[in-house]
Design a protein around this ligand. Structure first.
Ligand SMILES: Nc1nc2c(ncn2[C@@H]2O[C@H](COP(=O)(O)OP(=O)(O)OP(=O)(O)O)[C@@H](O)[C@H]2O)c(=O)[nH]1
Ligand SMILES: [Mg+2]
Length: 308
């Protein structure tokens, strides 16, 4: 990223996390103005952290590090200490999605419940990879909705990469199979496979995802290289059960959290990091192409508590 792009992203990140951070920061400022950080004040901070969905245990742990203040403190000192603790939790999971250029193609299966942002995320990644000079193929594996196929085709046009698609209702595993064949034949670097989030029930969804994986493995036993779970951060605590559910279906290797701009509960990212330790590859803080960026622990932690 250039310096300009970095500054722009930081602005988007701070704005995107504004719903979570503004309330939090104001409440901490109020608290610090009124009293020293006694036990009751620390308990209030734990509550404030819990309100961001950061999780009870994590909130408790973070606040322990504040115990060393038995004097008057400034708001920013408190926020910085909390941000440091959050960064320590997030650092091990903050890992960009790195494409293995030797794989040709590196296969990325994208799963998640309906509306979580799968197709948009694929479009954004496709654009980013194209900018890095990679050849990308998209597979319209959500054959459940006609509009889903068109939506992916629009992203394909925007990112200038081919989309392998069949008619609505076609076998999704067949689409994935053909797409991998084509990506191989063309020597593509990346294949991004979209999937349906909504099927009649969980068993159907599991059946479909597993069938797609089997089809890919027929061609390349090592595929998929990456299995991304895309989650809408506005679902809050529900994100935990989504990770568990999808892990039973496929070998989830990493997470993308979208719509952090639409929630006051951005702390859920920290809670997921603590609980599952899965890599967080990227976060979405808006609908625009530049609103999906590699996840960076320090910048996220500071933006979450409202520090610039
Ligand atoms: N505000 C905001 N909106 C987002 C973000 N990411 C995706 N969206 C929007 O969320 C909506 C759903 O996104 P899709 O990409 O269609 O989600 P999907 O998971 O493919 O949905 P299905 O195909 O129905 O399963 C779209 O209107 C996107 O523009 C984000 O980071 N912030
Ligand atoms: Mg979709």
């Amino acid at each position: 990223m250039t310096e300009d792009a970095k500054a722009d992203w930081l602005t988007r990140l701070q704005r995107g996390l504004g719903r979570t951070s503004s309330r939090f920061k104001t409440a901490i400022a109020d608290l610090v103005r009124k009293r020293t950080l006694d036990a009751a004040a620390l308990a209030d901070i734990v509550d404030l952290l819990i309100q961001t969905d950061i999780g009870v245990a994590t909130a408790g742990k973070l606040v322990q590090s504040l115990g060393r203040f038995d004097r008057e403190v400034e708001t920013d000192e408190v926020l910085a200490t909390l941000a440091e603790g959050i960064e320590n939790i997030l650092s091990p999971v903050a890992r960009p999605l790195v494409i293995d250029r030797a794989r040709k193609p590196h296969v990325v299966l994208v799963a998640g419940v309906n509306g979580s942002g799968k197709t948009t995320t694929i479009g954004k990644f496709a654009r980013r990879f194209r900018e890095q000079g990679l050849n990308v193929v998209l597979a319209a594996g959500d054959t459940f909705r006609a509009a889903a196929i068109e939506q992916l085709q629009i992203w394909g046009t925007r990112a200038d990469c081919p989309v392998v698609a069949k008619a609505p209702g076609a076998d999704a595993a067949g689409v994935a199979f053909e797409a991998l064949e084509r990506a191989r034949a063309e020597g593509a670097d990346v294949l991004l496979v979209d999937t349906a989030g909504r099927l009649q029930n969980k068993a159907d969804l599991m059946g479909e995802l597993q069938k797609i994986v089997r089809a890919l493995k027929k061609i390349d036993p090592a595929a998929p290289d990456t299995c991304l779970l895309v989650m809408d951060a506005t679902v809050g605590q529900n994100a935990h059960s989504q990770v568990e559910t999808f892990r039973e279906m496929v070998n989830v290797t990493g997470l993308v959290l979208t719509k952090l701009d639409g929630t006051a509960k951005g702390g859920v990212v920290v809670a997921l990091a603590e609980r599952f330790g899965l890599p967080v590859h990227a976060i979405g803080v808006g609908e625009a192409i530049d609103d999906l960026q590699p996840f960076e622990a320090g910048a996220f932690a500071r933006s979450l508590v409202g520090l610039s």
